[in-house]
Design a protein. Structure first.
Length: 485
């Protein structure tokens, strides 16, 4: 069993952090931690009350500094009215020696004295769940470790709080038992859910932490894409939307202690035993998707199965890598398919020369263990002559796992292909720390494209062919015979 943390660790905030005004208190705080996937997902629901004599609209949220570079999908909403959309969240400059990164949450309107609001704070953290042991046998079970504080860090005093952990299985060989934080057993177990608390912390300093750990079975791969490049090419003349995705995959699970055994692997497959390796990848494709292809560094991936979709049902593309991808192993490949452009493109009502393209931001494999993307580059290649390009990511009432719009890097460039003159207009969007929760989130691209812009390509081809014919005629009429003058 893991060594228990017997002492309560109290770390004082630095002077600059203590300057945050104590105008709020957390009446009740519930942190829900979901560990069913290969990355950490958390939602903090907190009832906030204004204890000052004046209205205030700035609420500060601390997160561990070592998680900032792995943090994604941070968003805050009114728990009672999530359809109102996200609240503005901005990182606050901190000292390099600080243990926390602070975020300023701007409420849509100042909170009056003695009034309350329930904040729903959600985010996910990539590559923070570590395998223990780090190396295992080919048929051994894999375990991951999650370390956190039983007391949720906060700038403000918290009256009551608790943390609920949702685990993927009931096999939990090690977890920290707290001492003196509450009466009775802590944590309480109910199936695959472990609950630390509730704690009465009205008299506990806001900066107090109590480290705990839990080690649990996770006999699935920890699928990580170090890079995803996704291209969507729009063709007005062909009426086609061509999609290609290029993956650099890695398994962040436990590595093999010994050499890979093909015999042992065949036996485990025959017995249908669970494995921490990537055996196959399943891609749901939109209805109407055709002409799928799948290529890795060697060539066509022959071990695959494709079921085309119907009018109201997704298609399915199942791929098996050339080898099982165990912990620490990599696999690079690309897939692509075509769709009817009319399914995704519409003319704007305001102008006949303005078009609106609505496509999924990312799609990718659908796996119960989840997929995490360290970096995703989405490129929308528009027809030659497209201009005045704008985009937005649709934000619904529920979290779609995408960062705020100001955290998505974008730029417009020229992409030259066959028989282009000036090159096609390409919108490139770059996002770091993305998860598969963003699957099927919608990207809307608006651009201007007139009739004469559409005639650029056929005029170019016609002019090119005419030039060839004229040149051939001119060369054919040159007299190169030898005769007497």
């Amino acid at each position: 069993m893991l060594a228990l943390f017997a002492l309560l660790l109290v770390c004082g905030l630095p002077a600059w952090a203590q300057s945050f005004p104590s105008v709020f208190k957390n009446v009740n705080l519930v942190r829900n931690t979901n560990l069913e996937k290969g990355y950490l997902r958390e939602t903090i629901n907190v009832v906030v009350e204004n204890v000052d004599q004046r209205p205030h609209y700035k609420y500060y949220l601390p997160l561990a500094a070592d998680l900032v570079n792995k943090l994604g999908g941070l968003e805050v909403r009114d728990k009672q009215s999530p359809e109102k959309g996200r609240f503005a969240v901005k990182a606050v400059e901190t000292s390099s020696s600080s243990d926390f990164q602070y975020y300023m949450i701007q409420l849509p309107e100042p909170l009056a004295p003695k009034s309350q609001i329930t904040l729903g704070i959600s985010y996910y953290v990539l590559s923070t769940l570590h395998p223990r042991p780090a190396t295992i046998g080919q048929s051994d079970r894999q375990y991951l470790v999650h370390t956190f504080s039983a007391y949720v860090p906060s700038v403000y005093p918290t009256v009551t709080q608790k943390t609920k952990l949702k685990l993927p299985s009931t096999n939990v060989p090690d977890h920290t038992l707290t001492e003196g934080l509450k009466s009775g057993a802590d944590p309480e177990r109910q199936g695959t859910t472990y609950t630390y608390g509730p704690y009465s912390t009205a008299n506990v300093a806001p900066d107090t932490t109590y480290p705990v750990s839990v080690r649990y079975e996770f006999t699935k791969p920890v699928i990580t894409a170090s890079l995803l490049e996704r291209d969507l090419e729009v063709s007005h003349w062909g009426g086609n939307l061509a999609t290609e995705e290029r993956y650099w995959l890695r398994n962040n699970g436990s590595q093999l202690q010994n050499w890979f055994s093909r015999v042992e692997w065949t036996l485990s497959n025959f017995q249908q035993l669970p494995s921490s390796s990537i055996r196959e990848l399943k891609y749901p494709l939109k209805p109407g998707s055709v002409d799928p292809y799948f290529i890795d560094d060697i060539g066509n991936v022959s071990t695959s199965h494709y079921r085309p979709g119907k009018a109201n049902r997704d298609g399915s593309l199942e791929l098996r890598p050339r080898y099982p991808v165990f912990g620490g192993w990599n696999y690079t490949f690309r897939i692509g398919w075509n769709n009817e452009l009319s399914t995704f493109l519409r003319r704007a009502v305001s102008s006949a020369d303005t078009y609106v393209l609505k496509v999924p931001f990312i799609e990718g494999p659908k796996a119960p263990e989840g997929v995490q993307y360290e970096k995703a580059v989405v490129r929308v290649i528009l027809p030659e002559g497209a201009r005045n390009v704008r985009y937005e990511v649709i934000d619904g009432a529920a979290s779609n796992g995408l960062p705020a719009a100001d955290q998505i890097q974008s730029h417009v460039s020229s992409h030259k292909t066959f028989m282009d003159t000036l090159g096609r207009t390409a919108l490139t969007l770059t996002v770091e720390n993305l998860s598969d929760e963003a699957r099927d989130s919608q990207l809307v691209v608006t651009y201007d494209y007139s009739f004469w812009d559409g005639m650029r390509k056929p005029v170019t081809i016609t002019a090119g062919l005419l030039t060839v014919f004229v040149a051939a005629w001119a060369v054919g009429n040159i007299d190169v015979s030898i005769k007497k003058r």
